[in-house]
Design a protein around this ligand. Structure first.
Ligand SMILES: Cc1cc2nc3c(=O)[nH]c(=O)nc-3n(C[C@H](O)[C@H](O)[C@H](O)COP(=O)(O)OP(=O)(O)OC[C@H]3O[C@@H](n4cnc5c(N)ncnc54)[C@H](O)[C@@H]3O)c2cc1C
Length: 602
């Protein structure tokens, strides 16, 4: 059986590309050194080998479901959530004072990658708990913090994010859940939420919903949304848990991630649901963005990790499967020769290289975001602001590229297996189904693209894009010191100019007040910009690999480093040129998707 990830690749990314040693110098991370990093990588992999990966298929075949009024999830979820609580990995990046382990984000990202590659059904259960606890820590009162956070981080209670309602998915301004103030300072909550991940099951004693609702009389739209803590069971004065009128109405049955429950919750049906305000009234959506930004990075990493696991499964199959014969130099085939392995066919190598190019660059991009979070949280002044602005700009890309291209990459991996790829006996079909949700939840690709072009690229006069441009230029300069990387560095420099040109072309529509035109091709801009951003990741990885090869300071085998340079060349030849056609589309004056008086779609 193939492995689902490769620790050597993670070590290369952490040590040589993203310089974790520099991150470990921050005082906050004084308890971590490179030995501790290595121990954590290895022990996480060992745990995943025993507790995650062997249950991956079972969770798909024995999915989460609502039966006889009870939400069933695979018992291994209960075991793993308990283990995570006991070993302190829920909220490991939080302060010691808040019950965390002050783990660097960069390391946390690498460990999450291993877990998600092994079994992507599990991480969300405690990822959401950590995100919900993080919101209470940042914005909640001491009372809320003391009541909920310790039990959430210990794994006894779980947390969720409750945003979506039947009429309010992408458009959260249409939320109608209501909150009526009570004399004791709490609120009576009424409403329903759909698609709530990890919203109920028997392995946690309580579920702490971080819930968006509108206080009676609040302004309409996003300006009138507040954030509440709404527990499934509330605590009486003598410390008992009693029902808080939060009913689970069902569990959505899904194409993929079938081990991860997705609940439908009804609140206040008996007029007895209490919630407690987090922070100030009407600021709920801005608070929730803290959790959403974290979750977007988590989703990107999960997509990158599924694509990684699928790559290794396809690679293994291609190394084992004999089929056909290699073409001789005159184009003929000798039927008396033994069949060759499919990995020797150029088209199969092309497919595998695409998988490698997408999955490894995606993991690197997500680790870059985590590293920027470390810088933003540990530096002051302009350095912190720069890191913050860059991670803000990169987040929609880091969520979308691994999701969209991950879907393509896993589909390509399924193709490597031919008919076997379509059969349930092989694992590729599960990866294919599981990765499909990544471009939908936590904001669809359409919504991420509006965010990238309409918000993140324009705020502070485009400061974030300029900062990214400077980082890319550094990478270009570094690569240019190696003769055989210079042509690729030049190509990336030309693509960066294209990005500027396209952005300025689109921006003129916004400046003329034509926002619909400005944003109508935002998703095409996302594809265009992210393809260039990923070329930057590859150029950096190839430069570090080249450095190791030239200096002879090899931490991995020569083949390992050479494969990095080779994959960078592949990406620049087969993927990066696609931005030229995207540019043509983006610069074209013809408008075909904006609704006119006449309906042209029938
Ligand atoms: C498995 C699963 C788990 C989930 N977990 C959670 C959770 O834990 N908590 C939670 O609150 N929610 C959760 N969700 C909800 C998820 O975030 C939403 O499904 C998602 O945001 C899209 O909303 P929607 O389904 O209503 O689609 P819609 O908003 O109806 O979108 C339909 C299509 O229209 C497009 N579209 C919509 N508005 C615009 C626009 N303004 N401009 C351009 N295009 C637009 C979208 O991109 C999409 O292609 C989950 C969903 C699923 C399926």
């Amino acid at each position: 059986m193939s492995d689902y990830t490769n620790l050597e690749n993670l070590r290369f990314l952490l040590n040589e590309v993203h310089n974790i040693e520099d991150v470990l110098k921050y005082e906050r991370y004084a308890d971590y050194d490179t030995d501790a990093v290595e121990i954590l990588l290895q022990s996480t992999k060992d745990t995943c080998d025993k507790e995650y990966f062997p249950f991956y298929r079972e969770m798909d075949e024995d999915p989460a479901r609502f039966e006889d009024g009870k939400l069933y999830v695979h018992p291994q979820i209960g075991k793993v959530v308990k283990m995570a609580g006991e070993n302190g990995s829920i909220g490991a990046q939080f302060d010691y004072d808040d019950g965390g382990q002050q783990m660097p984000h960069l390391l946390y990202g690498a460990l999450s990658h291993i877990q998600a590659a092994a079994n992507n059904n599990i991480g969300g259960y405690f990822g959401l708990t950590a995100g919900a606890a993080g919101l209470i820590i940042t914005f909640g009162s001491d009372e809320l913090k003391n009541t909920y956070v310790p039990k959430m981080l210990s794994g006894e209670w779980a947390g969720t994010m409750c945003l979506t309602e039947p009429q309010a998915g992408s458009s959260l301004s249409d939320i109608t859940s209501s909150a009526t103030p009570q004399e004791d300072g709490s609120y009576k909550i009424k409403g329903q939420k759909i698609y709530i991940s990890g919203g109920d099951h028997e392995y946690n004693d309580n579920f702490i919903h971080l819930y968006l609702a509108r206080i009676d009389g609040a302004p309409s739209g996003t300006k009138g949304i507040s954030l509440f803590v709404v527990p499934k069971n509330r605590i009486t004065e003598n410390g008992e848990l009693v029902s808080n009128d939060v009913q689970t109405a069902g569990d959505f049955q899904k194409v993929g991630q079938r081990g991860y429950c997705t609940t439908h919750l009804m609140l206040g049906e008996k007029d007895d649901c209490q919630g407690w305000l987090v922070g100030a009234p009407n600021k709920g959506l801005s608070y929730m963005f803290q959790m959403m930004n974290g979750a977007r990075i988590d989703v990107g990493m999960t997509a990158a990790s599924i694509a990684t696991a699928a790559y290794y499964a396809s690679l293994q199959y291609a190394k084992d499967r004999p089929q056909g014969r290699k073409l001789s130099s005159d184009g003929s085939k000798n039927p008396t020769e033994e069949q060759t392995l499919i990995i020797n066919h150029p088209d199969v190598r092309r497919m595998l290289l695409l998988q490698k190019a997408v999955s490894e660059a995606s993991v690197s991009l997500l680790l870059r975001c985590s590293r920027l979070l470390d810088v933003a949280h540990n530096e002051d002044g302009e350095v912190a602001e720069d890191a913050h602005d860059m991670v803000e700009w990169l987040t929609p890309i880091a969520k979308t590229y691994p999701s969209e291209m991950g879907i393509k990459s896993v589909s390509t991996g399924l193709q490597v297996l031919g008919g076997a790829g379509f059969c349930s006996e092989y694992i590729l079909q599960q990866y294919y189904r599981d990765i499909r949700i990544m471009s939908i939840y936590e904001g669809t690709t359409g919504i991420q693209s509006l965010d990238l072009l309409g918000r993140k690229s324009t705020i502070k006069n485009g400061r974030a894009m300029q900062l990214i441009g400077k980082e890319v230029n550094k990478a270009i300069d570094n690569a240019s010191t190696f003769d055989d990387l210079k042509p690729y560095a030049d190509k990336l420099a030309a693509k960066m100019k294209d990005m500027q040109e396209v952005f300025m072309h689109l921006l003129q529509f916004a400046m003329k007040g034509n926002h619909e035109r400005f944003l109508s091709d935002a998703t095409i801009f996302m594809e265009f910009a992210s393809t260039i951003v990923v070329a930057w990741q590859w150029l950096e990885m190839a430069t570090e690999a080249k450095k190791a090869l030239v200096t002879g300071q090899l931490k991995q085998s020569e083949d390992f480093y050479e494969s990095k340079v080779h994959t960078m060349k592949f990406y620049f030849k087969y993927e990066l040129p696609k931005t030229s056609s995207l540019k043509e589309t983006l610069m074209d004056s013809e408008v075909l998707t904006i609704m006119k008086e006449k309906e042209l779609i029938s």
